[in-house]
Design a binder for this molecule. Structure first.
Ligand code: PXG
Ligand code: PLP
Length: 441
């Protein structure tokens, strides 16, 4: 742009915003200008209580001193180092620390920069793993209806959200989907629902249809966050594990949201006592401060690649910024903060208080369902006739005006506050939401 055409600081035209109603936003912008611990500061100077940990990522709250300092120091010491055929010590140290808190059996870490990249990486590793073992007919990938696995072509192919798929052509070939686990009979369940373990048996149907020897992997979110907080019924994940193991199919847990303490254990795999073959994570890995994602993989998967001449590359995959020093420094300081403050298990301590507060909204106007687990909660509202999503969006805007940040997916309100939240702040968050629901009715 020529120098004489410098845009005014408040000119909002150039930035094409992600997953946003751009024209609506730019006509009435909601701007955040600062953050600290449980709060954002809005551009009109108000304190906004963060009910969403940013976008499910700031699990330790905002502008935490250890993380801020670590990033500051790292950027002045080793800024960028090439990621291919070269290393730097922090990347190795961080991988070991992640393995330490990961479920038993997860022994290797592949770095990337986001949840979407983690998903595409895990899917590619699954395909290449079978090929490396001479089982190269296993090319089929199985996802689930209402799953969210980011926005790469792999992720939207195995994902199950129609709007994220239908605009983008034919996607990956050879993908199929399990049914989602959201059953009406589980309405208003506190914690994990009773009904629906049998839905895992649909995998047997897909095996019978396609042949086990053509299926590489199944990917699911242990708890589906993005599509409105859908819980796994009791026994469901174990059954998926049993069926995948029986047929030599890899099981991938997408823990981009559930990773790093959201359900009261470091990973959901530990919370549910079900160990997959790979775990994808991102978001809470660096407390959202610097983009970073990772795939955790079992020794069996990793070791299958470690054959052939030693001077040859084993996996033809990686990103310019895989394991970059600043991300690694942010992640190390994040893990330190989680450990010092017991945050990876704090959701388990707060779960009861959170659950009771959330379910106090059950008789509020238009509330159809309430779901919770760990420090996640959803309040599903009945849609306005002929205008799905309108009520949800209206509540979101009113909540922001009332001083709380929530997230809406259609008419489902999702909340996932930083794990440092106090009981008083839980009461404030839910109390304010209750007021907003009543006033909007
Ligand atoms: N997998 C899962 C399970 C996710 O939740 C991704 C992959 C993709 O991660 P990246 O870093 O590429 O965005 C996610 C991300 C929402 C919301 O409103 C959820 C996500 C992202 C943005 C909004 O629920 N999840
Ligand atoms: N496009 C071009 C032209 C590139 O040279 C590269 C990386 O070198 C990429 C895309 C991929 O970028 P990244 O490694 O950051 O994913």
């Amino acid at each position: 742009m020529p120098l004489d055409r410098k845009p005014a600081p408040n000119d909002l035209r150039a930035f094409w915003m992600p997953f946003t109603a751009n024209r609506q936003f730019k006509s009435a912008p909601r701007m955040l200008v600062a953050s600290k611990d449980m709060h954002y500061t809005s551009s009109d100077g108000r304190q906004i209580l963060d009910g969403t940990a940013g976008l499910w990522c700031c699990n330790a709250g905002h502008c935490r001193p250890r993380i801020t300092e670590a990033v500051r120091a790292q950027v002045g010491e080793l800024d960028y180092a090439p990621a291919f055929q070269m290393g730097h010590p922090l990347a190795f140290e961080l991988a070991n620390r992640l393995v330490d808190i990961a479920p038993e059996g997860m022994e290797h870490v592949f770095y990337c920069n986001s949840g979407s990249e983690a998903v595409d990486t895990a899917l590619k590793i699954a395909l290449a793993y079978h090929r490396a073992r001479g089982d190269s007919a296993r090319t089929r990938l199985i996802g689930r209806e209402r799953g969210y696995h980011g926005v790469g072509f792999g992720g939207i192919s195995v994902g199950g959200i129609v709007n994220n798929r239908r605009h983008f052509g034919t996607l990956l070939a050879g993908v199929d989907h399990l049914p989602h686990t959201h059953l009406p009979e589980n309405r208003m369940t506190r914690g994990q629902p009773e009904h629906g373990a049998h839905l895992a048996d649909e995998l047997e149907r897909l095996v019978a249809l396609h042949g086990a020897e053509t299926i590489a992997a199944v990917i699911v979110e242990p708890m589906a966050g993005s599509t409105g907080v859908l819980m796994p019924p009791k026994g469901y994940l174990q059954r998926l594990r049993d069926i995948t193991r029986k047929h030599g199919i890899l099981l991938i847990f997408d823990e981009v949201i559930t990773g790093f303490g959201r359900l009261g254990s470091p990973f959901a795999a530990q919370h549910f006592g079900v160990v997959p073959d790979m775990i994808t994570c991102a978001k809470g890995l660096t407390n959202g401060v610097i983009p970073m994602g990772a795939v955790l993989a079992s020794a069996q998967i990793h070791d299958a690649f470690m054959q052939g001449p030693e001077h040859l590359i084993e996996l033809f995959h990686g990103y310019t910024y895989s394991g970059n020093p600043i991300s690694c420094a942010a992640a190390m300081a994040t893990l330190d903060t989680y450990a010092e403050e017991g945050l990876l298990t704090r959701a388990a301590e707060l779960e009861n208080h959170w659950q009771e507060a959330l379910h106090s909204l059950k008789d509020h106007p238009h509330v159809m369902d309430i779901r919770n687990m760990g420090l996640i909660g959803a309040v599903e509202l009945s849609p306005i006739d002929g205008q799905p999503g309108k009520r949800g969006f209206d509540i979101f805007v009113r909540a922001f005006e009332a001083g709380i940040l929530i997230r809406v997916t259609g008419d489902i309100i999702a909340m996932s506050p930083p794990l440092i939240i106090s009981k008083e702040q839980i009461d404030q968050l839910i109390g304010t939401l209750g007021d907003v629901l009543r006033m909007a009715a």
